[in-house]
Ligand binder design. Structure first.
Ligand code: LLP
Length: 432
């Protein structure tokens, strides 16, 4: 096993993904290409589902955050596994609906949903709209009224927590574009406003503290703050929240330097925390939920590239350039995120060649990793970047008019195309 169950080495010394030889896969599907071990995705879904039932309560359902990875084939798996889904745009709603996802199991998020987004969500029968602020509340009340329905909602609350992750992926701070803050009194105001809306049915609250969090402390703090808020609302208005969703954020191991994560134990500890806080306040436990994205798909994914050049800048460093880069994985450029890189043809050989992994874009910052060590590659070698299942394909672009790679789904020892490779004609498809 290399880092996670989905990656291994076979008798030829090749990298395997979901049990299949990465070099053979590359011959069949070309490079660059994303791979997703669907058995590993299903295992994470089952882990979340069974432990939420066990520790969060019988009505608790994990909500898969589709922003991490979104395409029809994946939504079918999420639906089959019985999870709910979090969508953040009409595009994600459209994808879920096209995949036949039960839309009453969808949570619709976003800090700036347009009237068209809200109307589309209502038309598709989205189960819960997570309302971000007063402007959206008023618009939704009007649009739901026009549609002749009473829309179930959660209110997004900012609990004011700094989870010590990368600044760009912190979302629970008071100074945030998301939600209504408890500290400023705006959270209380929006609850009163929601309860007064004719076409809105307030089901409960949502918060999200951040992403790639290894420690349960920020979630535990969020639980405390949110349950105290729910108790205060109950005392002052008589309103009892049925649902509390504390967002996503469980971390994933990208390199050996990252700690191993015991998700089950984290869920158990959080569940116990919820129980003890509810006992303290003498309140009935709301239905608790979380929205994992990264931790469901990241470790099931890998990207395979072909090396185009190995350049040694004497006295400086060695550049290994591949046929992809920031358009298929912008995370190093954006967040300096670290990845485990493997020479897929010599996965069991000594990783002793220090290099920078560069992309093919016309931009010096287009790097995938720096200071890594791999078995020395040459032009034509297949390289694997592991743990790319989350926030890679979903954040991919066509910068430099580079076509996006396909997503290949591996399940029970078989590989199939989940998203086909873009063609040059796809690239000019929208040009008039
Ligand atoms: N729920 C809400 C409201 C969120 O904002 C997010 C992530 C999630 C759930 C899922 O969180 P996860 O379990 O995946 O950590 N592009 C960044 C990550 C941005 C996360 C934004 N929100 C990255 O590549 O690291």
């Amino acid at each position: 096993m290399i880092l996670h169950n989905s990656f291994n080495t076979n008798e030829k010394g090749h990298l395997t993904i979901g049990g299949l030889d990465a070099v053979c896969l590359s011959r069949e599907f070309g490079t660059p290409a994303y791979y997703l071990d669907c058995n590993a995705v299903r295992a994470m879904c089952r882990m979340y589902k069974s432990n939420f039932l066990k520790y969060f309560g019988e009505k608790s359902l994990p909500v898969y955050a589709g922003k991490a990875l979104c395409f029809k084939g994946l939504y079918s798996i999420i639906a089959e596994e019985g999870l709910a889904a979090d969508c953040v745009s009409s595009g994600e709603l459209h994808t879920a609906n096209a995949a036949g996802f039960p839309m009453d199991r969808v949570f619709f998020h976003g800090n700036n949903k347009t009237d068209a987004d809200l109307a589309y969500a209502i038309r598709l029968g989205v189960g819960l709209i997570v309302v971000d602020g007063l402007d959206e509340l008023a618009a939704l009340d009007r649009i739901a009224g026009e549609a002749g329905i009473r829309q179930n909602i959660l209110l997004r609350i900012t609990p004011g927590i700094d989870p010590h992750t990368h600044q760009k992926i912190v979302t629970g701070n008071v100074d945030s574009k998301f939600g209504s803050a408890i500290m400023t009194g705006q959270a209380f105001d929006i609850v009163k406003a929601a309860l007064a809306c004719k076409n809105i049915n307030l089901k409960g609250f949502h918060c999200h503290v951040g992403s790639q969090i290894f420690d349960i402390e920020p979630f535990s703090e969020a639980a405390e703050i949110m349950l105290a808020f729910i108790a205060k609302i109950k005392g002052e208005t008589g309103y009892s929240a049925e649902i509390l969703n504390i967002g996503g954020g469980f971390g994933v191991r990208y390199t050996e330097e990252d700690p191993e994560i015991d998700y089950e134990n984290n869920i158990r500890m959080l569940g116990e925390r919820f129980d003890s806080i509810c006992r303290e306040y003498g309140m009935e436990k709301p239905s608790i939920s979380m929205e994992p994205g990264r931790s469901i798909v990241a470790a099931a994914g890998a990207t395979l590239y072909t090396v185009g050049s190995v350049k040694e800048v004497t006295g400086f460093r060695n550049y290994v350039s591949v046929d992809g880069g920031m358009p298929d994985n912008p995370r190093y450029t954006l967040y300096q995120s670290k990845y485990t890189v493997v020479n897929a043809e010599k996965a069991d050989a000594a990783a002793d060649y220090e290099c920078t992994l560069a992309g093919r874009c016309c931009e010096s910052g287009d790097l995938l990793a720096e200071g890594i060590k791999i078995a020395k590659p040459q032009r034509g070698t297949i390289l694997g970047v592991l743990v790319t299942g989350a926030y890679n394909y979903s954040m991919a672009s066509n910068y430099n008019r580079i076509p996006r790679p396909p997503v290949i789904m591996i399940e029970d020892g078989k590989a199939r195309v989940g998203v086909r490779r873009e063609t040059f004609d796809d690239i000019i498809h929208l040009d008039i």
